[in-house]
Design a protein around this ligand. Structure first.
Ligand SMILES: *Cc1c(COP(=O)(O)O)cnc(C)c1O
Length: 359
């Protein structure tokens, strides 16, 4: 049982954190605050705790998502460096991150470029289609060194650097974002933690848990922000893909780099990084539990989660509620990180499952 009383938090800590965040360059794109609201019919259906959803899917850019809040800081840094081209990447063609990056670059007046891998590279559906409207320079490449033991993220970064050289040779000033697994991405969700804390206090609730689909910056930022503010809320990061070895220490180090950047004394240790695995067949694939969660939220509340990220986080929460890990008298926050743009790319599979369920 957790004992957080959000109303009794030290307001000076909130002000101090706001000052630290304001000291970093930011190009504000998030429509603040993103809504926090209760989903009572879902709670009732689960016979579970009070559930509130923090709607990062309604961030106000492209089709929304958690990357917008991070991009406020990434574009802030790119503009401070006087960049005119913004280069990002994605391990799959339907990457949410890549679309958010492209949209953010346009909004900030930079030229968007994304380097993607060919997994599910159908340009007529999902996020891939959106790049067409945004007018992104999309490069779909295979890893240059197949079979090489380097981490895929490293190989993708190399490809992004090559495209950056190409733009430099044309006299442009590209700013390259190798990955949102970046201290400024964490800063984005320290900002999110602060905004959420204000909303929780205004709503007069005392949540004991926050569930979020993340294995990186989003979780790290929420944990760091809450630790600084002195809440003892338990942040659970639900993974959408396999958990790599050493994950806990990687996230801890990333959060602590962000803490240095923000100039706050708080540091995480590995025990602060709480994870749950609901990845099913892995990254980029739907899971049976996720599909059930998707249907449950749509049926009870008319809200959509996406088939490969947010649905897994929600499935994790639902599973923990059913196991009785969160008591009926408690309150829990689910952070909806977006991703709904991919829906049509998985349409055939979703419809096939639906037919199987109803027939
Ligand atoms: C990127 C993404 C996440 C996870 O973000 P992390 O970088 O792992 O924190 C979760 N949900 C959606 C929809 C995403 O696009």
């Amino acid at each position: 049982m957790y004992t957080t009383s959000w109303a009794r938090l030290d307001s000076r800590k909130l002000d101090e954190l706001r000052e630290k965040l304001d000291a970093l360059p930011r190009f504000p794109m998030v429509q603040r605050p993103t809504p926090l609201h209760e989903v009572a019919r879902l709670s009732e259906r689960l016979d579970g705790p009070r559930i509130f959803v923090k709607r990062e899917d309604l961030s106000g850019l492209a089709l929304g998502g958690n990357k917008t809040r991070e991009l406020d800081y990434f574009l802030g840094a790119a503009i401070a460096d006087e960049a005119d081209v913004f280069i990002a990447g994605g391990g799959v063609a339907q990457s949410n991150h890549a679309v958010q990056c492209s949209a953010a670059a346009r909004k900030a007046g930079l030229r968007p470029v994304v380097v993607l891998r060919p997994f599910r590279a159908d340009p007529t559906v999902g996020n891939h289609l959106l790049h067409l409207l945004i007018g992104t320079d999309v490069r779909i490449t295979e890893p240059t060194q197949p079979g090489h033991s380097e981490h895929p993220r490293f190989l993708l970064a190399q490809d992004m650097d090559k495209v950056a050289d190409e733009y430099r040779s044309q006299g442009c000033r590209p700013w390259v974002l190798h990955s949102s697994f970046h201290p400024l991405g964490v800063v984005g969700f320290v900002d999110g933690a602060l905004e959420l804390t204000d909303q929780i206090r205004d709503a007069g609730i005392d949540p004991t848990h926050i569930y979020v689909t993340s294995s990186g910056a989003t979780q790290a930022g929420l944990v760091l922000g809450n630790k600084f503010l002195g809440t003892d809320v338990r942040v659970v990061g639900v993974h959408s893909g396999e958990t790599p070895p050493g994950h806990g220490s990687m996230v801890t180090n990333l959060a602590n780099d962000a803490a240095s950047l923000l100039d706050i004394p708080t540091r995480l240790d590995e025990g602060d990084v709480v994870s749950a695995a609901f990845q099913g067949e892995g990254y980029g694939y739907m899971s049976a539990a996720g599909l059930e969660a998707m249907r449950l939220l749509a049926e009870t509340e008319g809200i959509f989660v996406d088939p490969v990220y947010t649905s897994k986080g929600l499935a994790g929460l639902i599973s923990h509620i059913r196991e009785g890990r969160i008591g009926k008298g408690e309150t829990v926050i689910f952070v909806h990180t977006g991703g709904v743009g991919v829906m049509s790319a998985y349409g055939k599979e979703i419809a096939a499952t639906d037919a199987a369920l109803s027939g």
